[in-house]
Unconditional design. Structure first.
Length: 217
């Protein structure tokens, strides 16, 4: 009774667009993005390493065409995986106030960047086991530096610069913002950053990939 007289008004933390402070709404979407990214890496990595092992199967095939088809197929499958995440999120009761166009555009850009990064990284390793180990080691730092659990604004300037090199930094928070509020003021900026990353990683990965199988006729 005395507490009510001394402090009649109680103040609590309120998260924008998540007034109930739901853990599901705050965390699950970003965790799904991290899992999807890992799935992309494992898939494209296995495909690339498979070509390095089975060089006989590439004989007579245009190497550039093989690479283009490989990237296109895994990019499309990645976008479909994102659509599946959206369906599952809806089933779990996570609100989705974003437009289909905004979500698909962001998913397409992120999938392009992730597939290109996976192509580049897997081409650097001698076997699939080494790449799998490296990709697993990459997952947690990418999630943390992506600013999903620890805000980018609270990081020091050097860490912020490092974080911008991770595709997750341009995807995870953006998806959560779109899901909860339906709007993202920096959407075009995020799309540009992911596209630039994709082009850089694809160029480097393609050069290494084609160089490694250069002896295949």
């Amino acid at each position: 009774m005395l507490k009510k007289r001394i402090s009649p008004v109680e103040t609590t933390l309120r998260v924008l667009n998540n007034p109930t402070q739901s853990y599901m709404m705050f965390f699950m979407v970003g965790l799904a993005m991290a899992a999807m990214q890992q799935g992309i890496f494992l898939a494209i990595g296995a495909a690339v390493q498979g070509d390095f092992k089975d060089t006989e199967g590439l004989k007579g095939a245009p190497k550039a065409a093989v690479l283009v088809v490989k990237v296109a197929v895994y990019w499309l499958l990645s976008v479909l995986s994102f659509a599946l995440v959206c369906v599952i999120s809806y089933g779990l009761g996570i609100p989705d106030r974003a437009s289909v166009t905004a979500l698909l555009t962001l998913a397409s850009a992120f999938s392009f960047a992730a597939v290109s990064l996976g192509l580049f990284a897997s081409s650097l390793f001698h076997n699939e086991l080494q790449f799998v180990r490296a990709s697993i080691m990459y997952t947690v730092p990418a999630f943390i530096f992506g600013g999903y659990t620890w805000p980018l604004e609270a990081m020091d300037p050097v860490t912020q610069v490092v974080a911008q090199a991770f595709p997750m930094a341009w995807m995870s928070n953006a998806v959560r913002e779109l899901f909860l509020s339906g709007h993202l003021a920096t959407l075009s900026y995020n799309l540009t950053a992911l596209t630039v990353m994709g082009v850089i990683f694809l160029s480097l990965g393609s050069w290494i990939f084609l160089h490694k199988i250069d002896g295949v006729k």
